[in-house]
Design a binder for this molecule. Sequence first.
Ligand SMILES: NC(=O)c1ccc[n+]([C@@H]2O[C@H](COP(=O)([O-])OP(=O)(O)OC[C@H]3O[C@@H](n4cnc5c(N)ncnc54)[C@H](O)[C@@H]3O)[C@@H](O)[C@H]2O)c1
Ligand SMILES: O=P(O)(O)OC[C@H](O)CO
Length: 368
Amino acid sequence: MAPSLDDFQGRHGGGVAKRSKVTIVGSGNWGSVAAKLVASNALKLDSFHDEVRMWVYEETLPNGKKLTDVINRENENVKYLPGIKLGKNVVADPDLVHAVEGADMLVFVTPHQFVEGICKRLVGKLGKDVEAISLIKGMEVKREGPRMISSVISDQLGINCCVLMGANIANEIAEGKFSEATVGYRYDRAVAAKWVQLFTTPYFSVTPVQDVEGVELCGTLKNVVAIAAGFVDGLEMGNNTKAAIMRIGLREMKRFSKLLFPSVKDTTFFESCGVADLITTCLGGRNRRVAEAFAKNRGERSFDVLEAEMLHGQKLQGVSTASELYEVLSDRGWLEMFPLFATVHEISTGRLPPSAIVEYDGNSLEVA
Ligand SMILES: NC(=O)c1ccc[n+]([C@@H]2O[C@H](COP(=O)([O-])OP(=O)(O)OC[C@H]3O[C@@H](n4cnc5c(N)ncnc54)[C@H](O)[C@@H]3O)[C@@H](O)[C@H]2O)c1
Ligand SMILES: O=P(O)(O)OC[C@H](O)CO
């Protein structure tokens, strides 16, 4: 059943719900676009406060000015999203705890490696009944095993956390080009509907599905396939090979997701978070682009060096996710079942040449 109009308006039991205050935790390329989407709706809709705070990991720009001051003066994130106005109601704040003060809805959107540290700083600082959503594509792996980022947020902060993933190259959405996205929720349809309402615009179409893990694993694992697609492009192997890599990658994504969480639904892979994100990432994402350069250099320049040179502060998620995934596959004795995922890690770390992307221990990548 689709969320009702009452869900969208935040009206329950006849009364009009209070206006929710939204804070964006993160201000990179996607974080800034998320702030722009949310800010445009916050101004239009009665269910949200006009002001949207955005926590900025403070840095000093080459001209000696603080990034936060420049964002607030020019209404533009000149480092991570140059040329795009965010909306006058976006207020950048370098103080994490101050930025979340009084917030009812938190949008987490930082590179995944920083989430645990951010959550540690937020313990005991949030109001009760705060709702969160994670736009972060990645996972955490510890000795106890893998944990999705939405669970890190939920467990550390004791709050519910939905996810929003999809075929969402940030710069395209910033220019108002039509895209779709998927909100994954666990139990509460009304909460999912409120997130859908907050993000939906005429050029950003959001669909809720009751499958947090499936949606989040799609967003996380496609970054590893994107690295493989970049290797193929760097070696100029052509479109058929790239399509094969995407097909095999999608199959490994589905197999891994269902092994880890048997509740993951087949249908989730046909949502924007699944096959559509895989396609856009393998065509136009940063992971693909940097992996292409890596393969062109025959692996002689490391991903760290290329990331710094090519992305100017933006972060890749695919290489670290491949490493985290490899740890899980080794621990569980699953390496043979995921030749593509395993090979991406072995190439990224220099153990295999980029050309190994279409081989696995001398065998075909295909595993039935
Ligand atoms: N950019 C996209 O097109 C896009 C689209 C969809 C999802 N995502 C996902 O969104 C998440 C965030 O990516 P992004 O594109 O907004 O970021 P980004 O890669 O553009 O920027 C990196 C961010 O990390 C911050 N940072 C650097 N060091 C830090 C530290 N020690 N602690 C905290 N923050 C630090 C920087 O200030 C910057 O805001 C990722 O999981 C990514 O996969 C990105
Ligand atoms: O640029 P990438 O490779 O980080 O991918 C961006 C988004 O995840 C695409 O949906």
